[in-house]
Design a protein around this ligand. Structure first.
Ligand code: H2B
Length: 104
């Protein structure tokens, strides 16, 4: 079994309304995307090099967590959407990834 597959214990579950109400205030920079049932944040950097450096650090976090962002980059801007494909929406894995990204 690949190492990263064994790192996840159970399939993530979508967060309940009560869980969202409790958890989202800790992520004030993130916006709920109702259509995708995920959270989004847009980052701006000095230039492409800074933006891509940030993306490299997020990529390392994502591989380690086996949880990957949907994102796009245009020069100094990085737009990120976090949603859990296995759960079909927002899960604790997205909250944890958003906190890890905020901490970079
Ligand atoms: N990333 C996200 N955002 N959601 C997932 O459900 C997901 C993932 N599942 N990264 C992982 C990979 C899964 O496909 C692999 C096989 O573990």
């Amino acid at each position: 079994m690949p190492r990263r597959a064994s790192r996840r214990t159970a399939m993530a579950k979508k967060l309940s309304q009560a869980e969202r109400t409790a958890l989202l205030p800790d992520l004030p920079a993130w916006t709920l995307d109702a259509a995708r049932d995920g959270i989004t944040r847009s980052f701006r950097f000095k230039d492409f090099s800074e933006a891509f450096g940030f993306m490299s650090r997020v990529a390392l976090l994502a591989e380690k967590a086996d949880h990957h962002p949907e994102w796009s980059n245009v020069w100094n801007r990085v737009d990120i959407l976090l949603t859990t494909h296995d759960a079909g929406g927002l899960s604790m894995r997205d909250i944890e990834m958003a906190k890890a990204i905020d901490a970079l």
